[in-house]
Design a protein around this ligand. Structure first.
Ligand code: PEP
Length: 253
């Protein structure tokens, strides 16, 4: 069986200021330097990216951005381009996070356009997918999640799949303290992997990393990471504490 390197992402959302963000980044850099068995990426708010890069640049931590606009440049007030992010040493982008889908109403069409643009600009893309509680209770989890995978990867060719990470994040588990059971999460991850096998081939299915996200904490991380199709986590709340995030990194490495 293919050994996939776990990937732990810290999504800081709209939290931290320059001082607290730099201190947190320094703790993450220390934790990642001693844990060599996984990739660690942090997604700070835009205004802190340059300062945070100076803190992590000599560590194994890589820098990600929470959003961008899929055009080269132009009249897009308030938006940030891929080129601007490249200048700041950003290499990974979150796309399709549930807060952008459900709070900021990003459509599947926009998400697919962002994936296509980011891949062409050579970024690592973390495509986030997940069902709401209503959809889960109606028995539609796989239909929703696999539909989001299909539409998000619409333009992604076989050779570009090496730059894609999928984050399965049930919407009802994000920031709520509720976590999917390891068994339920594993079942969805396995279904996503089967979808990749039928859409691409077994190589893509077995090499693509699929993170779990949704209230991952030091005390539930190990059980989730023990599942055969779970390759790390995208972490929100617990990524805001250096200690908790370090413990999650340690659990994965
Ligand atoms: C997230 O923001 O992607 C997330 C999973 O948040 P939390 O860990 O707080 O549920």
């Amino acid at each position: 069986m293919m050994q996939r390197r776990p990937i732990i992402g810290g999504n800081w959302k709209m939290n931290t200021n320059l001082e607290t963000g730099m201190a947190l980044a320094s703790q993450v850099a220390d934790a990642a330097s001693t844990a060599k068995g996984c990739d660690v990426v942090i997604y700070p708010p835009f205004p802190a990216l340059q300062a945070i890069d100076s803190v992590i640049s000599s560590s194994p931590v890589t820098l990600g951005a929470q959003n961008f606009w899929p055009e080269d440049c132009g009249a897009f007030t308030g938006e940030v381009s891929c080129e601007m992010l490249t200048d700041l040493c950003v290499t990974s982008l979150l796309i399709g996070h549930s807060e952008r889908r459900h709070v900021l109403h990003e459509s599947d069409v926009l998400i697919a356009k962002k994936v296509d643009f980011a891949i062409r600009m050579d970024f690592q893309v973390v495509l986030c997918v997940g069902e709401t509680l209503v959809q889960r209770e109606a028995g539609n989890t796989l239909e929703i999640v696999l539909g989001q995978v299909q539409s998000g990867l619409e333009s992604v060719k076989h050779d570009s799949m090496k730059n894609i990470v999928i984050a399965y994040e049930p919407v009802w588990a994000i920031g709520t303290g509720k976590t999917a059971s390891a068994e339920d999460a594993q079942a969805v991850h396995s279904a996503i992997r089967q979808e990749l096998a039928s859409r691409y081939d077994d190589d893509v299915a077995s090499s693509t990393r699929i993170q779990y996200g949704g209230s991952v904490k030091p005390d539930n991380a190990k059980e989730l990471f023990a599942c055969s199709d779970i390759d790390g986590a995208l972490v929100g709340g617990a990524a805001l504490s250096g200690e908790s995030f370090a413990a999650i990194i340690e659990a994965a490495c």
